[in-house]
Design a protein around this ligand. Structure first.
Ligand code: NAD
Length: 481
């Protein structure tokens, strides 16, 4: 199959067509294994233009897929974050791609050592629905900056955006540079089984496990950007009037459909009622009403909407106290904007405390001592994010030292994920590897170590036949080097 004959916008692409698409990219990569900085910048320039020239179409498509998504949130997370990441990669790649000298130990002198970043080849990127543009293109920008080819599989739950992305990719890129593969879960499955040089998957922990297994068959290295239950700790020293709006923002942004959204709150027992009051007031201040409010995002699908309602019902049936922050207005028929719900008196057995919520529900877990709150977190899988709100630095340090999470924001929510110089990624069940900024460039590069031997050197002393000189040398090295 020739490069130009491959149609990246094939719906329901079969396994052999996928393999052909990969072969096209691999052949092109092999023909130019280390693209110059200028070539990479030009590709990133096209990626930037692809987004900047089509902003309204991108927002419309995502809005349609969600059945209503806050425009301002999209501008921030699907345009600004993407464009800023592309610009950063473009600006910095010249420096990042330069081989770096490293110190050579005395006994290996006068040889010299360096690390040469090298593109890996073809990078696969499997994308979830919740930030469809950002999660398709931020990894793609890092992969292109590092000199790779990229294949993207967007989510079947964002069909309008996936279609648009496939069309735009075909317009701005040769299929050998960047290709978008549309299709359902079966296509994603075939995609994950391709022998990529690196595969980045963003999605749920359950599917992440399956992707890791599929990639293992090819020994394809993976970056797994997964989810989980991210706690927010309200410290005793917390000023709730200041913190509740920040926490509510983190929870209700994209209606809670954010991988790093605070999943549940750990609150000092004596302050639970104050917490409920402050969070309710903060939510009401941001969203005077939820139904029909275009600044409040809808739940992505009927199935997810029903799943969230079911979580509330299950908790209520098992004795949870339900505080609905919905105000009065009922939504139009078929509207999937879901008013937030606080859940009190929850137990670990409730589904809402067992699975990632990924919606506007906030269980409140009271604690008596900080040690108890830390133990609650450590009894569960390692979270993707952790939030701590308070003034008492010693307590903050204690939490930082006693918990392991993908990332942390102190006295706010979500924002560490937006700081592009920080590595973004989970740990344990919330993920493997990291990207963003230089960490993305590194994730999609082979850091090739090179030792250059000097013409005149003492290494002949290490060659057989071994005798007294070798023994003396080895003894000296053992003791002193
Ligand atoms: P998902 O795991 O259901 O699907 C993600 C992608 O995987 C989709 O494109 C889907 O087509 C594909 N897929 C489904 N089955 C597959 C299989 N067997 N093999 C290969 N691919 C398969 O996730 P979702 O519902 O789209 O997204 C929500 C989840 O993503 C949440 O758990 C959230 O926390 C997580 N997430 C994580 C991050 C992060 O950066 N860590 C970011 C956003 C979302």
């Amino acid at each position: 199959m020739k490069v130009q004959e491959f149609d990246p916008a094939v719906v329901g692409c079969g396994a052999s067509a996928l393999l052909d698409a990969l072969e096209v990219q691999r052949a092109a990569f092999n023909a130019d294994m280390v693209p110059t900085a200028a070539v990479r910048r030009e590709r990133l320039g096209r990626l930037q233009a692809m987004v900047a020239d089509n902003e309204p179409a991108i927002l419309d498509a995502i809005n349609a897929d969600f059945g209503g998504r806050a425009r301002q949130e999209m501008v921030l997370t699907e345009l600004f974050v993407v464009l800023s990441a592309i610009r950063q990669q473009r600006r910095k790649l010249g420096r990042w791609m330069r081989p770096r000298r490293v110190a050579t130990p005395l006994h290996m002198l006068p040889g010299s050592s360096q690390i040469m970043p090298q593109p890996l080849g073809v990078i696969g990127n499997i994308v979830p629905w919740n930030y469809p543009c950002q999660l398709a293109l931020v990894p793609a920008a890092a992969a292109l900056a590092a000199g790779n080819r990229v294949m993207i599989k967007p989510s079947e739950l964002t069909p309008a955006f996936s279609r648009l992305l496939a069309q735009l990719a075909a317009k701005y890129f040769a299929p050998a540079e960047l290709a978008v593969i549309e299709g359902g879960v079966e296509v994603s499955r075939d995609f994950a089984a391709l022998p990529f040089d690196h595969l980045i998957f963003t999605g749920s922990t359950t599917v992440g496990r399956q992707v890791a297994v599929a990639a293992a068959h090819n020994l394809t290295p993976v970056t797994l950007e997964l989810g989980g239950k991210s706690p927010a700790i309200i410290d005793e020293s917390c000023d709730l009037a200041e913190s509740a709006p920040r926490l509510a923002f983190g929870k209700l942004f994209n209606a809670g459909q954010t991988c790093v959204a605070p999943d549940y709150a750990l609150v000092p027992r004596a302050r639970v009622e104050e917490f409920v009051r402050e969070v309710s007031a903060a939510a009401a201040a941001m969203y005077p009403q939820f139904a029909g409010n275009e600044q409040y995002t809808s739940i992505i699908s009927e199935r997810h909407h029903a799943r969230l309602q079911q979580l509330v019902q299950d908790a209520e049936q098992q004795g949870a106290r339900v505080v609905r922050l919905g105000g009065t207005g009922a939504g139009a028929a078929g509207e999937r904007r879901m008013a937030p719900v606080l859940l009190l008196d929850v137990t670990p057995e409730m589904a809402v405390m067992r699975e990632e919520i990924f919606g506007p529900l906030l269980p409140v877990v009271p604690y008596d001592t900080l040690q108890q709150a830390i133990a609650f977190i450590n009894q569960r899988e390692r979270p993707l994010a952790l939030y701590w709100f308070g003034r008492e630095r010693r307590n903050c340090t204690k939490v930082l030292h006693s918990t392991i999470s993908g990332g942390v924001t102190i006295n706010d929510a979500l924002w560490h994920a937006a700081q592009e110089n920080l590595p973004f990624g989970g740990v344990g069940a919330s993920g493997t590897g990291a990207y963003h900024g230089e960490h993305g460039f590194l994730a999609f590069s082979k850091q090739k170590p090179i030792y250059r031997q000097a013409r005149l050197n003492g290494f002949g002393l290490f060659r057989p036949p071994y005798g007294r000189v070798f023994d003396t040398l080895a003894d000296f090295l053992k003791r002193h080097m």
